[in-house]
Design a binder for this molecule. Structure first.
Ligand code: MG
Length: 290
């Protein structure tokens, strides 16, 4: 367990530089209420400064595009029960985002989808005058009148960099991305961003029900991060350069990026190497087949 009240973590807060705007004091998320800590733990609050989500099949079920009309004015009129189907974890997301923002944490959506649709869902969830998600932090491709993408986009890393620059977040390891596409996860990992693969839509399951971003995913991520390094009292950090503008794209650094700074657990590291070799094999196989 991470004890947020010990001197080490107090020092960590000073390192992150997060201050309460009203008091000017360093924020200690360990003093959050138990109810708030059930929504997002102090560990995850302290660990990341910028939270990013993909949209289709990470937040919403993309089957919605085939089942319902997606005009923004119609999305704004969705009932709660309709939203339960289209955006399965919207009630949790509605609690999580304001809490993160209240703790000084930045949020954003990086998507290859349609900005107007994403904005409409955010306005539906958080209210029409909400400021949590706007054109400043919803990054999606420009489209022509026929909906064709006009930008030359190869992956989401430019979006991630743009939002890091916008929010002045300089450390890639303080950024977490949730995305259902393994290509996006692999690409973001090249930046040293902590990228989480969301199961997403599962057309092969008997129920046909997918698994989208929700509290259970967050708990799993936290468990993985803690399990990786906490028993060595270390951080889930990178050996390579982590600052904006400096990319570590070779495979060696990619693998090293998932070592704990003080871990000597060769078994865990070997497993991570194996996982990444598998991810890249799938990635290049996908490119080859398309
Ligand atoms: Mg997606």
């Amino acid at each position: 367990m991470v004890n947020m009240n010990n001197s080490k973590n107090s020092k960590k807060n000073k390192v992150t530089g997060k201050k309460n705007k009203a008091t000017g004091k360093n924020i200690d998320y360990g003093h959050s209420s138990p109810a708030e800590n059930k929504i997002v733990s102090p560990f995850m609050s302290n660990r990341f400064d910028l939270w990013l989500w993909d949209f289709d099949d990470t937040l919403i079920d993309s089957n919605t595009y085939y089942k319902n009309k997606m005009k923004p004015e119609l999305i704004l009129g969705r009932s709660n029960s309709e939203l339960d189907i289209e955006f399965p974890c919207w009630k949790y997301f509605k609690k999580l985002v304001p809490l993160l923002v209240s703790r000084g944490i930045r949020v954003g959506i990086v998507s290859f989808g349609t900005y107007a649709i994403i904005q409409a869902y955010m306005d539906r969830v958080f209210g029409p005058s909400q400021k949590y998600f706007t054109k400043n932090n919803i990054l999606a491709p420009c489209r022509d009148d026929n909906g064709r993408i006009m930008d030359d986009i190869t992956n989401k890393n430019n979006y991630i960099r743009r939002l890091m620059k916008y929010y002045r977040v300089g450390d890639y390891q303080k950024v977490i991305l949730f995305d259902d596409r393994i290509e996006n996860v692999a690409d973001a990992t090249l930046l040293d961003v902590v990228a989480v693969k969301i199961p997403g839509k599962d057309a092969t399951s008997i129920s046909g029900i997918g698994q989208y971003f929700c509290l259970d995913i967050l708990k799993k991520v936290e468990s993985d991060l803690k399990g990786f390094c906490d028993k060595h009292n270390g951080g889930f950090s990178s050996i390579g350069s982590r600052k904006s503008g400096i990319r570590t794209k070779n495979k060696k650094n990619l693998i090293e990026g998932f070592k704990c700074s003080c871990s000597n657990n060769k078994g865990v590291i070997s497993l991570m190497i194996l996982i990444f070799i598998m991810i890249f094999s799938l990635y290049f196989l996908d490119i080859f087949l398309h």
